[in-house]
Design a protein around this ligand. Structure first.
Ligand code: SF4
Ligand code: SF4
Length: 325
């Protein structure tokens, strides 16, 4: 049987002396979590959970909320890297580190709990070497003092555990997003620092799906991209299809991959439109400049007139005479 440990040099934290041990799915873990365990709920009292786009779709639909409402109430944004690539984490109960979905009986959204909760005590590591175009998937296992599940008598491989926890589906739906974020982070200075607009667009397409749907339904989007009615109907009604579409669109926008067909002539039309906008702006600037010049000249003229009348009616030092003489 092959050694399930992965010995790769390119760790996600290469400068750290503490390298996480990375495993393949064949690695066996001894672990079981259940309602009668003495540490029940301990992990949900101290959360630090990153959410994937698919986590958000599952949770907001379970709660019957729009993505915007869900993001406001249950999450906070954070920056994944120094260029500000946006991510979203679960917001704990105010003033604590406890998950808002935790109850005495356990998780109130159990069937739709996020991927990180399903993985625990394992974690997924997606790594991409600079000389490779695809990412490698491996796993880490954490053993924290508060978690007594490691002393339970159940042994299975990480792959079996993933299957048991419904993670095959979750990983499938999150792969595109993971690859996109990884590519964005690892491309570094090659792509340059993203603009504030492109980071906002990334946030909307990845996490705020209802807002993104409005964008896809807009006239300017339809004018640019060539999508048939069947695809548009799917995007209007299916959150998961919309989520995957958003990732494909980002690959096109950020990396120039040809993922979504453009309408014939759309690029030229956009360039013409932009050119017209630039021309209008320039005309506006010129007009403002002209008006400012006119105002300045009028202002100067009136100052000169004031000076003349001051000379006539006031003291030479500029003070008006308030006396009787
Ligand atoms: S979502 Fe559920 S399982 Fe995950 S931390 Fe919250 S209560 Fe615990
Ligand atoms: S601390 Fe570990 S064993 Fe205890 S409830 Fe959480 S995951 Fe289960």
């Amino acid at each position: 049987m092959p050694d399930p440990k992965i010995h790769i040099k390119d760790s996600p934290i290469p400068e750290s002396p503490l390298q996480p041990v990375q495993y393949t799915g064949e690695h066996e873990i001894q672990f079981r979590c259940h309602k009668n365990i003495e540490c029940f709920n301990a992990c949900c009292k101290q959360i630090d959970l990153q959410l994937t786009p698919y986590d958000i779709v599952r949770l907001k639909n379970r709660l019957g909320m729009t993505s915007e409402e869900f993001l406001r109430q249950y999450t906070f944004p954070y920056e994944i890297d120094k260029d500000g690539v946006p991510g979203v984490k679960m917001k704990p109960v105010e003033g604590t580190s406890q998950c808002q979905f935790m109850t005495e009986e356990g998780c109130s959204v159990y069937e739709d709990r996020p991927a990180s909760c399903r993985y625990y005590p394992a974690g997924l590591l997606s790594l991409r070497r600079q000389d490779e175009s695809v990412d490698r998937q491996s796993y880490v296992v954490v053993q924290e003092d508060h978690c007594k599940g490691h002393f339970e008598n159940k042994v299975q491989t990480i792959d079996q555990y993933r299957e048991e926890q419904g993670l095959v589906e979750y990983d499938e739906h999150s792969r595109g997003w993971r690859q996109l974020i990884l590519k964005k982070i690892s491309s570094g200075p090659v792509l340059g620092k993203p603009t504030a607009e492109s980071l906002q667009f990334l946030f909307m397409a990845c996490y705020n799906h209802d807002k993104f749907r409005e964008f896809v339904n807009s006239a300017s989007f339809r004018k640019t991209f060539d999508l048939d009615e069947a695809v548009m109907t799917e995007l209007r009604t299916d959150d998961v299809a919309l989520m995957h579409f958003g990732i494909d669109l980002l690959k096109q926008v950020l990396f120039g991959e040809k993922t979504i067909p453009l309408r014939e002539g759309a690029v030229k039309e956009r360039i013409d439109e932009r050119w017209e906008i630039v021309q209008q702006r320039n005309r506006l600037k010129e007009e403002i400049g002209r008006q400012q010049k006119d105002t300045y000249e009028l202002d100067m003229e009136s100052r000169q007139n004031d000076d003349i009348s001051d000379d006539v009616a006031g003291h030479p030092n500029g003070e008006r005479c308030s006396g009787n003489d």
